[in-house]
Design a protein around this ligand. Structure first.
Ligand code: UDX
Length: 473
């Protein structure tokens, strides 16, 4: 745009770990270098085999790598050179100590601040990109202030709103960019510098500036509201199954009210991913910390509803299959927490698989992007199930090369991730290859249920009336 002042800045992104592609500049005036402690990560980013799958990512990296985008292990000298430093390290949920299981651990943010204070030789803008508890900027600022060189740092908050699977699209055309800073003249000037970076490709009116605390808190609030919508519609799906109402018809009717809107109202087996559960628990913990018990309980209910939805699905599968799945082959189509990603963190599929394993089913998983080792690592981390400590686990789970192999001879198939390719499967062929009665459990409501019933399947979906149980008046 005509307003954008070309500025030459160096930007360092410290920690490529979490939302790793959180920053990208289309402008060649800006040199972006991502630094990380992990040699494995940096090598992977510099190779043909990127460490994560994301549609369009390869092209973005190919366009810029070696021109204005670099990945490096040389943290100190990159910090020295940079004008703006993004802290994009992970802030995992604490596993022990105060707030265990809920509070975010900001240790890595503090370590970055200490490193920046230690090696910097000039004034810099330090941007919090990681999702952090409100008032983390105060801690970062306090550490930076303690540098013994009289350097001045300005701390900004610039939370990342991109979603996995659509990360590049979200990055190119964000709904908004949020920048929080001190309301002092120096703070406003720093915020304006970051605004002009984004203004290279984002319209000015979509770049919001706020105080630090609003910006930090907005990220948790946005995720909590999105997750709440999913839990709200999922609570209604249970009521639909009990009454003969159809959740898709309800979503349509309710979503056409433009005050409500139709996005994020798809009923499912529950939400997953690295953000929703973690951020809500963090919000709950923050509410408690400030003595706001009712607020904490209110948001905690979103999590309880999600746990209920996952459990309800696996219990329904067992109940429908004559109360036993012991020794039965079950095909699991989709393991990622949503389509177009290989990410399995907090994936609802894992909880369904765990419950079925406890019922001694034989599980055959097919997912186009998930690696077997990632599946086990998350199962071990979240569910404390590890094939080396639980005998028989390794052989109870097969990872199949395709959906047909997974379904061959199975008593049931369950769609747990909404991959587009599952809609295109040859279900006549699958039906013939399965044990009878052949069950379909559609945990994402993506299949054509009438067509499947015509073929002969017994179909169960989320929030859909069972035609054997309910009929018109
Ligand atoms: C989320 C936020 O959307 C993003 O803005 C933030 O930066 C990070 O957290 P992400 O975790 O990548 O992004 O996935 P998202 O698309 O939000 O989906 C989260 C979960 O909700 C998935 O498991 C998805 O399947 C589920 N979901 C989403 C539903 O069950 N129904 C819906 O209608 C929408």
């Amino acid at each position: 745009s005509a307003l954008a002042i070309p500025i030459v800045v160096g930007i360092v992104v410290v920690g490529s770990f979490e939302r790793r592609i959180a920053f990208y500049s289309k402008s060649f005036d800006i040199r972006v270098c991502v630094v990380d402690l992990s040699k494995k990560q940096i090598d992977a980013w510099n190779s043909r085999d990127l460490p994560i799958y994301e549609p369009g990512l390869r092209e973005v990296v190919d366009q810029s790598l070696g021109k204005n985008l670099f990945f490096s292990l040389d943290i100190d000298s990159e910090i020295k050179m940079a004008d703006i430093i993004f802290i994009s390290v992970n802030t995992p949920t604490k596993t022990q100590g105060i707030g265990a299981g809920r509070a975010a651990n900001i240790k890595n943010c503090e370590l970055c601040a200490r490193k920046i204070a230690e090696v910097s030789e000039s004034d810099k803008i330090v941007v919090e990109k990681s999702t952090v508890p409100v008032r983390t900027a105060q801690a970062v600022n306090r550490v930076l202030e303690c540098n013994e060189k009289g350097l001045k740092f300005q701390v900004l908050s610039n939370p990342e709103f991109l979603a996995e699977g659509t990360a590049i699209a979200d990055l190119m055309k964000p709904d908004r960019v949020l920048i929080g800073g001190n309301q002092s003249p120096e703070g406003l000037k720093a915020a304006e510098t970051l605004v002009s970076v984004y203004a290279n490709w984002v319209p000015r009116e979509q770049i919001l500036t706020t105080n630090l605390w609003s910006s930090e808190l907005s990220k948790l609030v946005a995720n909590a509201f999105l997750a709440q919508r999913v839990s709200s519609i999922n609570s209604i799906s249970a009521l639909c199954e009990a009454t003969g109402a159809n959740v898709s018809e309800i979503t349509r009717a309710v979503g056409m009210d433009d005050r409500i809107g139709k996005r994020f109202l798809n009923s499912s087996i529950g939400f997953g991913g690295s953000c929703f559960q973690k951020d809500i628990l963090n919000l709950v913990y923050l509410c408690e910390t400030y003595g706001l018990k009712e607020c904490a309980d209110y948001w905690n209910q979103v999590i309880l509803m999600n746990d209920y939805q996952k459990k309800r699905f696996s219990e329904k599968m067992v109940a429908c299959m004559f109360n036993t799945v012991t020794g039965k082959k079950i095909a699991i189509l989709g393991y990622a927490f949503k389509k177009d990603t290989g990410d399995v963190r907090e994936t609802p599929s894992m909880f369904v698989v765990r419950d079925l394993l406890l019922e001694q089913a034989q599980i055959h998983v097919y997912d186009p992007q998930v690696k077997r080792e990632d599946m086990w690592a998350e199962m071990d981390y979240t569910c404390d199930l590890n094939p080396s400590t639980y005998t028989g686990l390794e052989s109870a789970v097969t990872t199949s090369p395709d959906a047909y192999a997974a379904c061959d001879g199975a008593h049931a198939l369950a769609v747990l991730t909404e991959w587009d390719e599952f809609k295109e499967l040859d279900f006549e062929h699958i039906y013939k290859s399965m044990a009878k009665p052949a069950f379909v459990f559609d945990g994402r409501n993506i299949l054509d249920h009438d067509a499947l019933r015509k073929i002969g399947f017994e179909v169960h979906a989320i929030g859909k009336p069972d035609p054997n149980k309910f009929s018109d008046l």
